[in-house]
Write a protein that binds this ligand. Structure first.
Ligand code: SAH
Length: 238
């Protein structure tokens, strides 16, 4: 009887992966993942079978992993956390009687937050701007209500060629509930090769710099920039 690990490998650099995630990959005979993410863990793959596919092959990849794990130990990997826009949900939706263990990882918002300071110190939410599987009207509604609710907002999948203006539209919507000096962080390739960081404000933010390798964090009404650090106060009386 085999086993399937659904592993969040963290943002990219192996040093940011959990010990449990690394051990589970080492224990696995077969590793399944998107080609680009397989590259991140290459040093761990000696002697293992690798099944990788392009981005659109998610369903195919999960089905293959579930088939293979009947008599082998298999790891299916996601970047960041496998339970946050990762493979864990799809695996559990497709699962019949296979043994599955989900192993968490550092998600992009935590990785990016740590780089710019402490923007996620108060209530926050993650919203993906990808409308591949979610109607855009619903995405806009969630962003608007999160802004109205004064959440710190992390925007995943912020900008692609096919939806180059969604980010601007949603920042305009947030702008109705925030002042122009609200901090905005744009972090591309957080905690992996190619890292680029820009901390600006709703007034000065250049949305055209964002792409699918980036995450955008918008502060709440209390967030501020102190000596270059993006801080959201917890509420301590200082
Ligand atoms: N499971 C992943 C998210 C996958 S969705 C996680 O928990 O982080 C893919 C989106 O995540 C990207 O478009 C980008 O917005 C964000 N992302 C993932 N890794 C990132 C990184 N290292 N730096 C910046 N953004 C990242």
């Amino acid at each position: 009887m085999g086993k399937l690990y659904v592993i969040g490998i963290g943002p990219g650099g192996i040093e940011h992966m959990s010990i449990r995630a690394k051990e589970a990959i080492e224990e696995s005979e077969i590793v399944v993942g998107y080609t680009r993410y397989i590259e991140f863990i290459k040093p761990l793959l000696d002697g293992k079978k690798v099944f990788s596919t392009g981005m659109m092959g998610e369903e195919e990849r999960c089905k293959e992993a579930l088939r293979l794990c009947k008599d082998s130990t298999v790891a299916v990997i996601s970047t960041g956390d496998s339970g946050i826009y990762g493979m864990a949900g799809l695996i559990l939706e497709l699962r019949k009687d296979e043994e599955v263990e989900v192993i968490p990882g550092i998600t992009a918002s935590s990785a990016a937050g740590s780089i710019v300071g402490a923007p996620l110190m108060h209530d926050s939410c993650n919203i993906s701007l990808s409308d591949l599987m979610t109607p855009y009207e619903l995405i806009k509604k969630r962003v608007k209500l999160a802004a109205e609710g004064d959440f710190v907002i992390s925007l995943y999948n912020p900008r692609s060629k096919g939806r180059s203006e969604y980010l601007k539209e949603n920042l305009d919507s947030i702008r109705e509930y925030r002042t122009g000096d609200t901090p905005v962080a744009l972090v591309k390739n957080a905690l992996r090769d190619g890292q680029e960081v820009t901390v600006s404000t709703l007034d000065t933010f250049d949305y055209e710099k964002a792409d699918m390798l980036s995450i955008v964090i918008i502060g709440n009404s209390q967030s501020y920039i102190k000596d270059g650090y993006f801080v959201t106060p917890r509420g301590y009386k200082l």
